[in-house]
Design a protein around this ligand. Sequence first.
Ligand code: R5P
Length: 288
Amino acid sequence: LQIFACSASRDLACDISQRLGMRLGQLDISRFSNDNLRVQIQDNVRERDVFVFQSFTEPVSEHIMELLITLDALRSASAQRITAVIPYYSYARSDKKDAPRISITGRLIADLLHTAGADRVLTMDLHADQVHGFFSVPVDHLTAVTLIVEHFRNRYDLSNMVAVATDAGGAKRAGRFSEKLGIPMAIIDKRRVSDTTVKQGYVVGEVAGRDVVIFEDEIATGGTLVSSVDTLKAAGAKSVHAAATHGVLCGPAIERLRNAALDSIVVTNTVNLPAEKRLDKLTVLNVA
Ligand code: R5P
């Protein structure tokens, strides 16, 4: 077995290989003067069972290209089996044709991974479970729910807690979370206005006087979260916590979260967060 990391997931791959008592394989990623990428595998991978890590974080297109080229190089170097480990598969959000003449890019990238040489994919908490079906290779779809549940069990009194889904699409996910914690759940009625803003109205379920935990797959610009906090506070919530697998925290997210009336935020390290994005109220759990 051999583990490699492209540039978006080095810390996580390093942690995992250390836990396995292995040395991380060496990749040389460079750029030609015309901006083309070049990847050279520095270890012999002939007949090896290879895992290559890369989350689709900013710059997303660059990171996807890096992974595709690495998969192709591994296949050319006669690796026996290649697993693309993509802790955060950002294009899972492009999972349907919700406007005319657009691409279902989540499926396109799945095809490209297969074409490039991935025999398997290992990923975590896809935006929608059915994205799994976009892949023509076997997928191990892992979840961080257990880790997040443990975090809440160890830290909070659950007797007054309610899990909240920020929209109907997230109800199943929040339902699984609430079930594991043994707490009730509520759902907010959400409409997306644009990529960075949402509009919310009613809360279905009891949140007045309760400690609520908003449970999401990801926090991207923080628009959904901030709007949810306002909606829940207006409905009488006593305290508001947020939990998500992927702390993407892009665009205005940090400013929004800093100013939001949130008691705590917990995400995992499927996305590598630089020091300047580590807010005081933010806990990052390790999925290694
Ligand atoms: C939406 O369907 C997702 O579950 C998240 O709510 C969304 O991706 C978060 O995006 P943002 O933080 O930009 O509102």
